[in-house]
Design a protein. Sequence first.
Length: 440
Amino acid sequence: MPEPLSRAEFARIAEIAMNTATGEHTLVSVSDEAGGTTRFANNQVSQNVHIRRQSLSVSAAFGRRHGRASTTELTDAGIRAVVAAAEELARVAPEDPEYLPPLGSQNYPRLASHRPETAAVGPGGRIERVKLAVEACREAGMQAAGAMEAYAGSVGIAAAGGLFAFESRTRSQFTITATASDSSGWAGDASRSVDDLDVAALAQRAIEKARRSASPTELPPGRYTVLLEPAAVSGLVGPLLSAMDARSYHRGTSALRGRLDERIVDSRLTLRNRPDHPSLLGGGFNGEGLSADYHAWIEAGVLRRLAYDRFTAQEHGQAPSGELDAPLLEGSAAEALESLEELIATTKRGVLVTNFWYIRPVNATDLTLTGMTRDGLFLVEDGRIGPGLLNFRWHDSPLRALDAIDGYTRPLDAVSWERDKMLLPALRVGDFHFSSVTRF
C-alpha cells in the first residue's frame, strides 16, 4: 500500500489550490490514513480490513459568506474542482456572523507522533497478535472478543496568509473481553507504537477478571467506597472535560458556570494537556491550525482554563485554546501510590470497578451522570480482592466524586469504551452512589 502523503506532496496540493482560488480566503486541509482493524469474536477473527482513506477539504470565503467542499481525488484536476465547488457554495451561502478568516503563520512543536513499527504492521501482523489473545482465552475455556487496530497517516492545513502545518501520525489500540459462562473481564490499551501493546498481558488480565468474577454475588444498592481503575476514571473525567467548553460557560449552561479560578475537585489533583507525552496521542495542531495546548486546565483542584474556540475567544477577549487531546491527570506525587495493587492493599472495604459504559447525562446543572459497571466488579475486603459482584447502575457527578478521593495512584494508561487514551490515576472514592443492581 502506498505511503501516506509527505510534507512536500501536501505543499504541492496547497499551492495548486491557492493558485486556483479566487475567494478572499481559502483554507486547505488534508487527511491521509492507511491501516486497518482486525476484529475477533467467539475465539476467531470475524473481520480483517486494511484500507487507505484520503480526503482533501477546501473552505472558501467571500466576506462572511463561506462554503466548504471535500474530495478524495487528489489529482491536479480534482484539486481545482474542489476549490471551484467550495467557492460556488460560498457565493450562495448566507453571511455567518461568527466567521473568522484563517490564521496566519504559527509556531508548532515537533512531536514524535510517528512510529515506523506501527506503519509497518499489516493484516498479517495484526492477526498474529490477535492469535495470542484468542489462544489464551481458548485455553482458559473462555470466549475472546475485541479488536486490534494500527494506522499511519498524515494531516495538513494551509492558507494563503502563511498558515502551514503538517504532521505524520500513527496510532494503535488493542481491546479484549474474555467471557465465561456467567462472568466477563476486559482490558485494553492504546499507543502511537504497536510494540507498546502487550497483547498477551492484556489478554491474561481480562481472563483473570473473568475467572475471579465467576458466580457473582449480589450487594444491595447504596453508597460505597469504590476503587476505580483508570478506565472507569475516564468515564468521569471525559464529561468533565466537555463541561470546560467556554461557550456554554458564558451562556450559563455549563455545570462549571461561575467557577473559573475556583476549586472544583480535590486540591491534590492537577490536569494538564501533554501532547508530547510518549504514551498519549495528542497532535501538534488542531483543525483550525491552532498550536498544541500545553496548559494546566485544573491546577491543585482549581479550574484555570476553558476551551475557547476562536470566535468565543475574540468575543470575550481571551486567547483561543488548542485541543485538550492528551489529558494527564495526576495527584500530588508525595501521596501517589505506584500501582492499583497498592491501592487495593490499603483498602479496608470497597467495590473495585473495572469499567463504566453507557454513560449518559442526568442533570446538566451539577454534571450528574448515570451509567453501568461492566466486565469485572469485585468486593474488596482487608486489602484483598474478594468475590465478583453483579453489576450496578450508578448515579453520581464527577464534581462530587473527584472531590471525595481517599487515595490514588500515579497516572496509568486509561482506555475505555467511550473515551480516547488518557493518563489517569486509579482512585479510591467515598460514598459513590450505586442506584440499582443489574441482572446481567
